[in-house]
Ligand binder design. Sequence first.
Ligand SMILES: Cc1cc2nc3c(=O)[nH]c(=O)nc-3n(C[C@H](O)[C@H](O)[C@H](O)COP(=O)(O)O)c2cc1C
Length: 187
Amino acid sequence: MKSLFQPVALAHASRLLNFGPTVLITSRHGDIHNVMAAAWSMPVEFTPPRVAVVIDKNTYTKQLIAQSGYFGICIPGAVIADLVMELGSCSGRDGDKFSRFQLPFYASATGAVPLIEQGCSAWLECRLIPEPHTEQQYDTCFAEVIAAAADPRIFANGRWQVTDENRDLHSIHHLGAGHFLRGTPLV
Ligand SMILES: Cc1cc2nc3c(=O)[nH]c(=O)nc-3n(C[C@H](O)[C@H](O)[C@H](O)COP(=O)(O)O)c2cc1C
């Protein structure tokens, strides 16, 4: 598949995450591709852009990231909120979720991670920063953003442009128990 997104300058990468959207974490090791939902992620540094994501040690995602050293963060739109719940309610250990949910993806430029654009507003490709002590004690993973891109219908010129016309791509914010808030501007 070919990307329809536009590159986002790394200087603006933090803007893709700083408002706390629920995200999809993608991973790949060899022939295995996987994706899970994550409500807990945030930017932590501007230059170079770095992020923190909480990924439970018991997930298949964590295993694949430990093996490959890379993961993707895809920002789902409201149109796929139900799918986000599904992707966060089963494990890739029990079968390929991309096939099961007929979810298309394409390989990042480095080939390290699968990236989802259908129903998503943006993605970030991230390289794990090895932190053996932190990884042993906690579920938090730190990573450097090495590439980012967004759908120009909702993120252009380094800014979110959230309107009634792009409702399908509005961010979702997990309240718990399968309920989400939609991210819309005050004015
Ligand atoms: C809306 C939602 C948000 C979630 N947020 C997180 C999170 O921030 N961190 C986490 O480790 N798991 C989170 N989960 C749970 C994982 O997505 C879930 O354990 C998933 O099945 C792991 O898949 P895997 O074993 O294929 O990696 C969330 C699930 C849902 C539905």
